[in-house]
Design a protein. Sequence first.
Length: 99
Amino acid sequence: EEIGDKPRAVICRLDRGLDLAAGLNEDSGRKGVSGDVTKVKEILETAIQATVNTEGRDIELLQRVVAKEGEARVALSGVLWESKDKAAAESQFGEACGR
């Protein structure tokens, strides 16, 4: 039994989305680079969804998953806000605060 592999994989997916979101700039949603924004949204949403079924016995590792999910939700909120999807941005931010 490989304890902890799925939580670490989820953390890596979340980190990937965070890194991509950090690479966006103010012009990403404007000057024809909207594909980057769409890609970042898709990656973050998929990574966040992957946290739902993450299980394990290592409590500290699972706490890291939840913390990283919160970071990813805040980043996704910022990306959504910049792309003028205010309602979705507020929803993600609210969920992050609740976690």
